[in-house]
Design a protein around this ligand. Structure first.
Ligand SMILES: O=P(O)(O)OC[C@H]1O[C@H](OP(=O)(O)OP(=O)(O)O)[C@H](O)[C@@H]1O
Ligand SMILES: [Mg+2]
Length: 165
């Protein structure tokens, strides 16, 4: 598969605002979370922001990789599971955080470990939406989200270059 046609670039500022908006939504649920489980690596950044906003200091990781060559999803590899103490009662009271859900496969894998946990991510594509309880912004399935930690400054061709006008 090649990169989807549409690009949704996200700056650090925008990501911070959107992750904070996610924290506001989660605060609005009126639920006390006993811990955050972040899905590495993408979940580390929103987890830092949400843990600060919601004053959650117990942070655990579940380490999963699936997009081995950036755009193409392969087999999911579970590199590190979740501590058994947090998986008691199906993960009730635990907040699972990721940067985005795309096909929903990653979230479903973690849901099998903690069916009663609350799943949150900043961005969602339609296929992944049913796997998530709370998110901020939906983008179409044929959009690629460019996160600031994957980006650098590069030269951009002028729009007019190559056009007949
Ligand atoms: O809904 P899905 O189709 O499963 O895709 C979403 C997952 O893909 C990305 O992680 P990736 O596996 O690329 O690893 P990374 O977080 O280390 O970049 C992203 O951070 C999500 O965790
Ligand atoms: Mg990830």
């Amino acid at each position: 598969m090649s990169l989807p046609d549409k690009a949704f670039p996200v700056s650090w500022d925008q990501f911070h605002r959107d992750a904070r908006a996610l924290a506001w939504r989660l605060a609005g649920l009126g639920q006390e979370f006993r811990a955050i489980v972040c899905i590495t690596r993408g979940g580390l950044v929103p987890a830092a922001i949400i843990s600060r906003e919601l004053n959650i200091r117990l942070i655990e990781t579940v380490c999963i990789a699936s997009y081995h060559d950036y755009v193409n999803q392969g087999e999911l590899s579970l590199l590190k599971g979740i501590t058994p103490e947090l998986m008691t009662d199906g993960g009730a009271g635990v907040l699972v955080v990721d940067d985005l859900t795309d096909t929903g496969k990653t979230a479903l894998e973690v849901r099998e470990m903690m069916p009663k946990a609350h799943f949150a991510c900043v961005y969602a594509k339609p296929k992944g939406v049913p796997t998530i309880d709370t998110f901020v912004t939906e983008v179409s399935q044929d959009t690629w989200i460019y996160f600031p930690w994957d980006m650098g400054f590069t030269y951009q061709e002028p729009i007019a270059k190559g056009s007949k006008g």
